[in-house]
Design a protein around this ligand. Structure first.
Ligand code: NAP
Length: 326
């Protein structure tokens, strides 16, 4: 392996240490920071994310308040719940957990979050500021990607004021929560930018474009799609993906797309034909870690990379929001 492994857990711990000091100073000055989360329905991912946010809050001495509504909640009920968080002085930042049930429109509900409490940059007013190159709370996952890339830039001796200094950043994925806001954020920091997506893959240009990247970000949601052939030697690779796959006990092949409990797994391995029953479930990123580590200059692991830093970014925004209103 030649790549430097970017240790997200170590970065997160360092950021938590700095945040604890800020929280101490804030409390001493009579202020208080806290995160209010609103979950509508019972999505598993949203529940897990909330648990992780609550844990981050308790580790930093931040308050956390959880509001739950049933999946049948109407628009008015959700708006009322958001308003109760808007007026709660102990809540400096609000997180509307996703996904929302299909009958609720995220963008128009996000408009109800007070812009200065909108710590995941969901309110279109804040997104507009971000895309206009103005100050806004950076959304947590893109902020975690940027934090890790900026550390790498600093290691490479690029002065912070120069940002990416024109280096080519290629982002694969254009979702509203990751790829698009990250594109605005790196552009605001003087990157030369290309964004790819499923149509780039269909047009057959994905490998060629990715190979031009000095910084390659994979936010796709397809297990190990980015292979060694996508990576320019020495490039920095940031893996946002979180995918669960089954690793065949017989031949070691990783098979995506199986969501049943291990006991229910009756599928056969496409490589060796053996039953996958009893095989191990593993979490992998969008990047084929082992082979890309032979080519890249630096690489984030999954788990322990971007995901480890994401919650701390949310907390950092909540603390900054409380400092602003102190
Ligand atoms: N670490 C964290 O904190 C964190 C936070 C959020 C998400 N995630 C993970 O990050 C991944 C992406 O999440 P997301 O919410 O951005 O996903 P998403 O909304 O499904 O967006 C996926 C993007 O990837 C593109 N894409 C899909 N297949 C592709 C292919 N074969 N080649 C090139 N591009 C392709 C899609 O293109 P189109 O636009 O053309 O459809 C889309 O833009 C997921 O694994 C998710 O679990 C991690």
């Amino acid at each position: 392996m030649t790549a430097q492994i970017i240790d997200g857990r170590r970065v997160a711990e360092e950021l938590r240490r700095l945040l604890r000091e800020r929280v101490g100073a804030l409390n001493a000055a009579g202020g208080s920071a806290g995160i209010g989360t609103l979950r509508v329905g019972d999505d598993f991912g949203a529940r897990m994310y909330r648990g992780a946010v609550a844990k981050t809050c308790s580790g930093l001495g931040l308050r956390s308040r959880a509001v739950d509504l049933p999946s049948t909640a109407g628009r008015e009920e959700v708006e009322e719940a958001l308003q109760s968080l808007n007026v709660d002085e102990g809540v400096s930042g609000i997180l509307l957990l996703r996904p929302l049930p299909p009958h609720l429109e995220e963008a128009s509900l996000a408009e109800r979050i007070l812009p200065h409490k909108d710590i995941d940059c969901l309110n279109p007013a804040n997104l507009g500021r971000l895309f206009g190159g103005r100050r806004a709370w950076p959304p947590a996952t893109p902020a975690a990607c940027l934090e890790l890339m900026e550390r790498r830039l600093a290691e490479q001796g690029v002065p912070a004021a120069e940002g990416f200094a024109g280096a080519h950043v290629v982002i694969v994925g254009r979702s509203p929560s990751v790829g698009r806001p990250l594109a605005a954020m790196v552009l605001n920091r003087h990157a030369t930018l290309t964004v790819c997506h499923s149509h780039s893959a269909r047009a057959g240009v994905l490998v060629e474009i990715c190979r031009e990247a000095d910084y390659l970000v994979a936010a796709i949601g397809v297990a190990e799609l980015i292979r060694a052939e996508h990576v320019k030697p020495g490039a920095t690779v940031i893996d946002v993906g979180i995918n669960e796959v089954v690793e065949c006990a017989g031949c070691g092949r990783r098979v995506p797309g199986l969501v049943a409990e291990p006991a229910d797994v009756t599928q056969v391995c496409p490589a060796c034909g053996g039953l996958l029953d009893g095989s191990r479930r593993v979490t992998v990123g969008d990047v084929a870690f082992a082979e890309v580590a032979e080519v890249a200059g630096a690489l984030t692991p999954v788990p322990g990379g971007v995901g480890a830093v994401t919650n701390v970014m949310l907390a950092r925004n909540a603390v900054a929001a409380a400092e602003m209103t102190r």
